[in-house]
Design a protein around this ligand. Structure first.
Ligand code: CP
Ligand code: NVA
Length: 307
């Protein structure tokens, strides 16, 4: 009996599996319409409990390009949003779809969905992790650096955030050196740092957390950031993040050919200077495009190639 594989956090893929998915993502990008694992069409449910532009777009287009039928549902217009249980929803969905993609709040919700269904479940962002975004980011880094092993990525801003956590796990899995530059009052979850450190010990990577932004940036190959105010955090005090803004001064401390990533949406003049986001070192538009290729590769892998 095979167990269903899910992608709920970045460390759900082993280093070898992550490399396989990223190789496939590059192949999908080169030959976009070749792969048709959802021919039929088979349907994939894409559920949103929070707003989205890129994730909605890339999964909808990607599932269609794989020959499938994307069934996009919002919490506001589904019974899940009116209190139907996750367990009941999971049981209904698995009778009709080949995979479930879900953007929701707490990680425990997507864990419950995965536990209650026989089809693959993919995390399209939770409060704790955004693993599909980091797959696309790793694809983007590889397009510049070739290999990922030994590359240093420094993330700046809110340390207790889904992107910080996914960079920690995803980059450690890839054998990268991952640094988080964040205020001491907003550190990443210690359990995630511990898990990333454990993975890095096996892959040759490393994990460090700094409250000095200059130390985090020094010589880094990739600078990454994210909004200071994640969905559901409106009204949050952001003054403490100001020393971690990705500005021209911070970029000057990085490697001379460093690239800049931002998962978007971006707030120019807050977490990133407009001149950096729109400047020559920025790879954010490739990064946004790569959501499509990386997620198609992930679905192909989960549906056809996973052990
Ligand atoms: N980066 C990202 O996930 O964007 P959306 O919120 O627009 O999907
Ligand atoms: N940290 C952000 C990412 C948005 C794609 C959020 O959760 O809102």
């Amino acid at each position: 009996m095979t167990t269903t594989r899910h992608f709920l956090r970045d460390d759900d893929l082993t280093p070898a599996e992550q490399a396989e998915v990223l190789d496939l993502a590059a192949e999908v990008k080169r030959d976009r319409f070749r792969f048709r694992p959802l021919e039929g069409p088979r349907s994939v449910a894409v559920l949103f409990d929070k707003p989205s532009t890129r994730t909605r777009l890339s999964f909808t287009a990607g599932i269609a390009e794989l020959g499938g039928n994307p069934l996009v549902m919002d919490a506001a217009t589904s019974q899940l949003g009116r209190g139907e249980t996750i367990a009941d929803t999971a049981r209904v969905l698995e009778r009709q779809v080949s995979a479930i993609v879900w953007r929701t709040a707490g990680q425990e919700r997507i864990d419950e969905m995965a536990a209650g269904t026989t089809v693959p479940v993919v995390n399209a962002l939770t409060d704790e992790f955004h693993p599909c975004q980091v797959l696309a980011d790793l694809q983007t880094v590889r397009e510049t650096t070739g290999d990922l092993a030994g590359v240093t990525l420094a993330y700046f801003g809110d340390g207790a955030n889904n992107m910080a956590h996914s960079y920690l796990l995803g980059c450690a899995t890839a054998g990268m050196h991952v640094r988080v530059g964040a205020p001491a009052s907003q550190p990443p979850d210690p359990a995630v740092v511990a898990r990333a450190t454990e993975i890095a010990a096996a892959t040759g990577g490393s994990v460090t957390v700094h409250d000095d932004a200059a130390k985090a940036a020094a010589g880094a190959d990739v600078l990454a950031t994210d909004t200071w105010v994640s969905m559901g955090q409106d009204g949050k005090d952001t003054a403490r993040y100001e020393p971690y803004a990705v500005t021209e001064n911070l970029l000057a401390l990085a490697a001379p050919d460093a690239i800049v990533l931002h998962c978007l949406p971006a707030y120019r003049g807050k977490e990133i200077a407009a001149s950096v986001l729109d400047g020559p070192r920025s790879r954010v538009w490739d990064e946004a495009e790569n959501r499509l290729h990386a997620q198609k590769a992930l679905l192909i892998w989960l549906l056809e190639r996973s052990p």
